[in-house]
Each structure stands twice: as C-alpha cells, then as structure tokens.
Design a protein around this ligand. Structure first.
Ligand SMILES: [Zn+2]
Length: 501
C-alpha cells in the first residue's frame, strides 16, 4: 500500500533533497513566546535520548534526559510528525507527570534541572498516514524520517547537541547516518537542523568503498538477490564518477538505503538526500530493475552531486538542483559513462522545459511546491551553472573550473551539513574562485523576464541545434571551454568491501 504513495510522488518528483531547513523547523509562535525570558542558570547542556523499539515496530518509546537547565520546550521536527506523538510526561522519582502538549510543542517550563521525560511515537499510524516520507513499511522493515521521532530542545541551533541510543529487539537491524561512539550515536546541531533517514528491521547490509569514502548500504528486502552485484557496481560507478571530479567523494561516509518499489515498468528516477548528523540517501528503486537500467541511470550521480554543496534553502532550490542537474551530465561524460555529445544534448533538451516558464527562475523556484515545475527549475538552474562554469573558465583563461571551486568548498566535510541561502553560498563560491562569476551569473538570470536559455551560449560554444540533434563545430569562440568541460579525466576507483546480512 505504501508503494502506491511512493509511486504517486515518483510521477511528479525527479529527486528530492530531503531536509528540514531552519526556516521550517523553527517552532510555532507559541514556542517562541515560551522562550522569552524562560532561560535560567545553569545552561542547557545537551540531551541523551534512548529510543526503544518493539519487534513489530509499532511504537518508538523515547526517554530524553536533559542536562542542566531544561529548555522551555521540546518541539516536533515538523508539523506532520507532531500528529504521531503521545504520552509526553515528566519522569519523577515517584512516577511520572503528564506534560502539556500543544501545536507540536512539549511544555517544559516547569521542568527541573537535569529532567528526564518520555514520549511515544505511533509507528503504525505514521506508516499508514498520508506522508510517505515520514514513515513507510517495506517488508519486515520500516524506513522513517528522523523528524518523526526526534523531538528537539527549543534552544539556539548552535546549542543543540546530545546522544542517542537504540534499544532494539534481538535480530533487529538499524541503519542511521549518525556517527557512533561506543554504544551511543553522537548528535551535533545538524542532526536536529536537518532531516534524514533511519531503517529498522531486517535488510542486507553492504559496504561499498567510494573514492576516499565508505558507503554503508542497506538493501531492503524485496530487491531480488541478483540485484546485489548490480547495485554495488552502480554505486561504484556513480561514486567514482563524482569523486574523480573533485579528487575524492564529497563526504567520507554516507548511508545509502535501497527501497524496493513494486510497480511493473516503472522507471528508476527518485532519490532523497538527508543531512541529519551525516549524509543519508534513500533510493526508491523498481524491484524489477534491470542491470542495464542501473548502468544507464543518472539518479545516483545526481544525488551524489548534491553532496558537493552544503544544504541550500529550498526557496533557492534552483542552485542545489541546478548544480546537481548540470553536474550529473558533466561528471558522467568526464567519467566516460556517457559521451560528451550526449551530455550536451541532454542539457539542450533540458533547456527546452524553460519554454513553458510562466515566471522568472527565482519565482518559479519559490512556487515549485505548488506548480510542480521541477524540470523547469532543475534545468533552468543547470543552465545558470553551465553559464557560470564557462564564464569562470573564460575569465581565468581556463585555469579555474567549477570543479576546483567545489573541491575547495567541500574540503571540510562538516561544511556539507551546514545551511546556506543562495546569496551567501554564491558569495562564498565567488571568494574561492577569485572572481565573482557565481553572484554575477545569478544576478543576470534569476530575476530576468527571459527564462535562462542557451540561445547565446550554445553558438558561442560551437554547439548548433540541427533537427533533433546538435552539430559540434570545431571553430567557435568558446570551443576550448566546451571541450575542457566534458574532457575525459582519470576515474577514481572504488571497490566493494563486503557483503552479506
Ligand atoms: Zn536533486
């Protein structure tokens, strides 16, 4: 039943970068009022969670022990997840006392220092609800969003930190991206600031070595056994293609979840990247996927390309999605997975979606949740990124490319787990590049009445539309940049480490 909901999403969404940005995780106004004047000494010093699951994964029983002064409230990760929490109570030496809950806020104003509290999350209701991304059952497993069960202290984002322990029935497996120390997982501010995925249940655990990185893969039951080596090869090819462009995979560790979707004839085209305390990517894959379909796939490269940038506000998704869409073509061509001609053709074909635009790229991006104009936004952003890449190469006489900027941007792994508005990230990229091509290109295209197109750029690159194809001219002002962008380079290698489970 859940699969039909996934399919519903699959028909409209090519890819989602799944995260709860600060703008959406800010608590409701009532919590903001609670915060005023409610801070006291000693300061809030973190929170230790214990999540206990039953064999049927019907509930997550949570115990949260606060260090130091209690924050004024514990707040839901988002409005939808608040519906599935109940039983909030303060644990006292003699028992427990119910805590007031309103609009996704557990009131802790009367809680003492070093308080412990408890609450339950109804996993049956959550996985039967109409929010497929919050929780879904897949065979003996549940894939759930972190925001479904991680209610967080209402304190400044920088003060959010803690640990998490899971108490699981015997034989139940767990997949989560949070770093582990001893028997606890460490929660940094990003664990609370963004969303991510967790899997409880039974699954095949694989490890794939990407360039300078380890991919921990959970293949949920329902994917036929013969797909295992195909999935490993697919992840190796995609991670190597992306890693080769910046010298390493963008992050040292990533959690990968393969979720089977049962719908004959369905095309594979959906991934969901989370950043709660670490990188997690869920791929919703047809259970009848073929080896060839995985060889031809672009989704894994696209999701991995997202990791070259920090989290970008969804109102600025033209940047994050445009970057991933542009790079998915360039990285595959440079790695030899597709030809340069095919990559230029895809970008040209993608640009044609802009002809249906009814507004500027900035406005179309803001309205994406309503208009479902994903292709226009993704490819409009991709043209913007191509334009910036060409301009960067032109102004630096070919000495600096977009990949050089991205390599430096992601040199500090934690950077990927930070939040940016586009204006700030573009300024950062300008500073790395040494020329303000990113801000200038955005200023030129973003609010222009004419949607970004290739009418001027492609002829300058020596790419001429001809019928349904493209003619590549040897002589053109920027032919050198064209050839440099798609030039084949050394491909970083990745190998499978282990399999089983
Ligand atoms: Zn994407």
């Amino acid at each position: 039943m859940r699969c039909s909901l996934w399919v519903l999403a699959l028909t409209t969404i090519a890819c989602a970068s799944h995260a709860a940005p600060p703008s959406t995780v800010l608590p409701p106004a009532s919590a903001t009022r609670l915060a005023a004047g409610a801070r006291a000494q000693p300061h809030f010093g973190g929170v230790d969670y214990t999540f206990t699951l039953d064999a049927g994964i019907t509930h997550i029983a949570t115990r949260a022990c606060l260090h130091g002064a209690a924050p004024p409230a514990l707040v839901a990760g988002d409005a939808d997840s608040a519906r599935y929490m109940s039983g909030a109570r303060l644990l006292t030496p003699t028992g427990s006392r119910a805590l007031a809950v309103k609009n996704g806020v557990i009131d802790l104003r009367a809680a003492p220092n070093d308080a412990c509290l408890a609450y339950e999350v109804d996993m049956v209701a959550a996985t039967n609800g109409d929010r497929w991304w919050l929780g879904a059952r897949s065979g003996p497993s549940v894939i759930a969003s972190i925001v479904l069960f991680l209610w967080r202290p209402h304190v400044a984002a920088g003060e959010l930190h803690g640990t998490a322990r899971f108490v699981l029935p015997q034989d139940m497996q767990l997949s989560v991206a949070w770093p582990k120390e001893g028997d606890s997982y460490l929660l940094d501010p990003s664990a609370f600031q963004f969303d991510g995925h967790v899997v409880f249940g039974r699954f095949d655990a694989l490890q794939v070595q990407a360039p300078s990185a380890l991919l921990e893969v959970a293949v949920l039951q329902g994917m036929p056994a013969q797909t295992r080596p195909w999935i490993v090869s697919w992840l190796q090819a995609a991670s190597s293609a992306v890693g080769a462009q910046i010298g390493r995979f963008p992050v040292p560790h990533a959690q990968i979840i393969i979720v089977p979707v049962f719908r004959p004839g369905m095309h594979f085209g959906f991934g969901d990247t989370g950043r709660s305390g670490g990188v997690s990517i869920a791929f919703f894959m047809p259970a009848d996927v073929s080896e060839q379909a995985l060889r031809d796939d672009w989704v894994a490269v696209h999701e991995f390309c997202h990791l070259t940038l920090p989290y970008v506000d969804r109102n600025d998704a033209w940047l994050s999605e445009g970057m991933a869409t542009y790079l998915q073509e360039v990285a595959r061509a440079r790695a030899g997975l597709i030809s340069a001609q095919a990559a230029w053709q895809s970008i040209y074909d993608g640009s044609q979606y802009g002809r249906e635009a009814i507004d500027t790229l900035a406005a179309e991006t803001r309205n994406m949740p309503v208009l479902h104009n994903y292709k226009r936004v993704y490819w409009g952003g991709a043209i913007l990124m191509l334009s910036a890449d060409v301009e960067l190469r032109r102004r630096t006489q070919g000495k600096v490319s977009l990949f050089d900027v991205l390599a430096q941007l992601s040199a500090e792994p934690k950077e990927i787990l930070r939040y940016y508005r586009a204006v700030d990230l573009l300024a950062r990229m300008d500073a790395i590049a040494g020329v303000p091509v990113f801000s200038e290109t955005a200023a030129r295209y973003l609010n222009a009445p004419k949607f970004p197109d290739l009418d001027e750029l492609y002829p300058a690159l020596g790419l001429v539309p001809e019928g349904a194809g493209l003619r590549v001219l040897a002589q053109a002002p920027l032919a050198w940049a064209r050839d440099a962008i798609m030039a084949r380079g050394p491909v970083a290698t990745s190998v499978a480490l282990a399999g089983g489970g």
